[in-house]
Design a protein around this ligand. Structure first.
Ligand SMILES: Cc1cc2nc3c(=O)[nH]c(=O)nc-3n(C[C@H](O)[C@H](O)[C@H](O)COP(=O)(O)OP(=O)(O)OC[C@H]3O[C@@H](n4cnc5c(N)ncnc54)[C@H](O)[C@@H]3O)c2cc1C
Length: 401
């Protein structure tokens, strides 16, 4: 007979931990099972849009996130071919929204902040080194098969959240499709220390070029550290093991031949990128969230932004089902609303962002695409309207309908 839980969350990434925290805060017994021995800290997300900060606030994480990271408002497009610099900022959101700035914070640091909170709840626990290897379910719950250091174990839960990343074993065990496409290019994310702190550069710069295009964003506010994220693209047919050898060639094109003498490489990681969505985000007693439900290229920082919005919606809906006995059809609403937000909005926007930064060969189209950002720099009303886009990726309360 396996142990019975109210909710099991699979995956201790930011989406899973946040969901667990929000459920634990409502008094729900929640267990997180995680394959790894601890938090993952590869260079991945660093930017969280202003619209996600209300949710962090509600969950009591805002101050810790602010202390660990920093807020920023300035953006720029730099076009390699023409030398044009198009600048705009989030200042027009001031007075219209509670948090008119984006948060910059490494994904590992964000996960650490959430985990520290989860650990304060006696009704929440994380089982590290527990890999999900199978799921079966009936009308009243799901049975999870897990592999740990001591062999195979199982857990039974009334509800399961699969937040185990893009290669989700939960999604696989349910036999759900992950429809979409994989990009032919490889993205490379490098964390680099620039002692001169890239003076004169916006805290987020989109460097527009077909060959040397890059997203260059500050991770650490302290000038002493000058830590920046440099994300660029290369042919996926090149060997991934030798990615570090090719990095100086890319950096020299943007920052000058002597760049390697002036910087320190902190971390580097290659990634395949996808535009994919699970065929459904609910199968019976199992819900999907975060990258387990959807995967996108990182241009525009929408991946974890969507994961955070999934978590906020699940915290409300699953919490209501477990604590207040609300009809579980609200979870189907969760699944539909989150899938629609990804497929109809987030994924197409990430694709057009990638197109603009990395595939800008058609000068007339580039000029047309940049015009909106030029206007945003001059017209605050328009800027506020455009910047509101990421708020539309959040699902308004799904309970009230
Ligand atoms: C280069 C790069 C830059 C990015 N930048 C941004 C950005 O600026 N802003 C943004 O919003 N997004 C960004 N993203 C996307 C973001 O990193 C992902 O959306 C985010 O990691 C998703 O979090 P998650 O918790 O859903 O999944 P993950 O972070 O993948 O966590 C899944 C967890 O599940 C665990 N797991 C996997 N399989 C099992 C199993 N079988 N059993 C138990 N545990 C398991 C894993 O070990 C892991 O801890 C970026 C991505 C990349 C690659």
């Amino acid at each position: 007979m396996s142990e019975e839980q109210q909710v099991v969350v699979v995956g201790a990434g930011p989406t899973g931990l946040l969901t667990a925290l929000g459920l634990a805060q409502q008094g729900i017994e929640v267990t997180v099972v995680e394959r790894a021995p601890g938090l993952q800290d590869a260079p991945r997300a660093i930017v969280y849009h202003w619209s996600t900060l209300d949710g962090l606030d509600r969950l009591g994480l805002f101050e810790a996130a602010r202390t660990a990271g920093f807020f920023k408002q300035d953006y720029a497009y730099r076009v390699r071919r023409t030398g044009e610099i198009v600048e705009y900022g989030l200042q027009p959101l001031a007075g219209r929204v509670k948090h008119p700035y984006n948060l910059h914070l490494g994904q590992g640091a964000l996960a650490r902040i959430i985990l520290d909170e989860v650990e304060k709840f006696p009704n929440a626990r994380v089982l590290w080194r527990h890999e999900l290897i199978g799921v079966s379910q009936d009308e009243s719950g799901a049975e999870l098969r897990l592999r740990s250091d001591t062999g195979e174990t199982s857990l039974r839960a009334a509800w399961v959240v699969g937040a185990d990343g893009a290669r989700s074993a939960v999604r696989g065990a349910l036999g759900l499709g992950f429809d979409g496409m994989t990009w032919p290019e490889r993205f490379v994310a490098a964390n680099i220390r620039f002692p001169d702190d890239r003076e004169g550069w916006a805290q987020s710069t989109f460097y527009v070029d077909e060959k040397y295009g890059a997203i260059i964003a500050k991770i650490d506010e302290s000038c002493e550290h000058g830590l920046w994220r440099y994300t660029y693209m290369e042919d996926a047919a090149l060997p991934a093991e030798t990615v570090t050898e090719r990095l100086p060639g890319f950096l020299a094109q943007v920052f000058g031949e002597d760049v390697m003498e002036r910087i320190e490489l902190d971390a580097i990681s290659p990634y395949r990128m996808h535009q994919r969505s699970a065929s459904t985000y609910r199968a019976g007693r199992v819900l999907l969230a975060g990258d387990a439900a959807h995967a996108t290229n990182p241009c525009g920082g929408l991946g974890l932004t969507m994961g955070l919005f999934d978590a906020y919606a699940l915290i409300e809906t699953l919490g209501a089902v477990v604590v207040k006995g609300v009809d579980d059809s609200v979870l189907t609403r969760y699944a539909d609303a989150r899938r629609t937000a990804f497929v109809d909005k987030a994924s197409p926007r990430a694709t057009s962002n990638k197109q603009l930064i990395f595939h800008s060969g058609d000068s007339a189209k580039l000029d047309q695409d940049l015009e909106i950002f030029r206007r945003m720099g001059r017209e605050p009303e328009l800027a506020a309207e455009v910047l509101y886009f990421t708020k539309t990726l959040e699902s308004p309360s799904l309970l009230a309908r």
